[in-house]
Design a protein around this ligand. Sequence first.
Ligand code: NDP
Ligand code: A1CAB
Length: 270
Amino acid sequence: MLKDKKTGFIGGGNMAEAIIKGLLAGGVAAADLTVAEPFPQRRDYLAERYGITTIADNVELCQASDTIIIAVKPQVSNAVFSTIENVVGVNKLVISIMAGVRTAAVEGALTQGARVVRVMPNTPALVLEGASALCRGANASDDDVVLTRHIFELIGTACVVDEKYMDAVTGLSGSGPAYVLTFIEALADAGVKQGLTRDTATALAAQTVLGSAKLLLETREHPAVLRGNVTSPGGTTIAGMYALEKEGFRGAVMDAVEAATARSIELGAK
Ligand SMILES: NC(=O)C1=CN([C@@H]2O[C@H](COP(=O)(O)OP(=O)(O)OC[C@H]3O[C@@H](n4cnc5c(N)ncnc54)[C@H](OP(=O)(O)O)[C@@H]3O)[C@@H](O)[C@H]2O)C=CC1
Ligand SMILES: O=C(O)[C@@H]1CCC=N1
């Protein structure tokens, strides 16, 4: 599907690098990947590390690509649109991963009929364990959605949602790695407080999160059932759970997702 197609990235930052890694691991030829990136050192790094073509000019990038992945910060989206508005015809697929930016905003800034798919990936994509959700714009075809899903399944899992859910996805899985990493750090700190070395505590904390996630995904049980299996009557876990619940752990997590969702909505309104 991706074979013989040229894929170009506008912006060669963290997320672009993650997707490039996935595409290469999935068998896409380095010769079919190009990145437009203003920062020369970053261009050199990407070219040397992945053997792909890197350039400075977004217009040249669009002309040379069948699929264009916009991977710049939402705050520079208008600056990017103004440079490429006349070179992205309906023969090209545009995939935007910018947080908050609506498909209608991308379509409105490009040629009439522009084919746009919006995706929210996350940083575990860098180790091919990303979680992405995508939605179609008004002019994207079924094939565009299938191709986009295929690209993001190369770097983890991908699901299709209605655009009205994209801000919630951003607040949950887009920003989620930051919450989980904070939890791991806190768990490790707690171990250090109890006398464990930093290395041992961090390794135990990270593997506990990884293993718990794998247990949930592989058994397909409800999380509460699996939690029950750890929680012996009158044992250690219930003592720990009581302390967490008293501090409003779940409410804090829900507040975090709500705040990030609201920020995604705010970014889209700009
Ligand atoms: N990081 C994350 O967890 C996730 C991010 N996203 C979204 O992905 C997008 C990219 O994020 P991320 O990779 O973290 O950001 P980065 O800042 O790492 O990458 C953005 C890149 O775009 C470059 N850039 C800036 N202006 C232009 C321009 N006019 N033309 C071409 N390139 C330009 C930047 O160069 P320079 O540094 O020189 O300015 C930078 O290398 C954002 O929209 C974000 O919302 C989505 C999901 C998760
Ligand atoms: O913080 C951000 O805005 C980006 C979008 C999702 C994750 N990181």
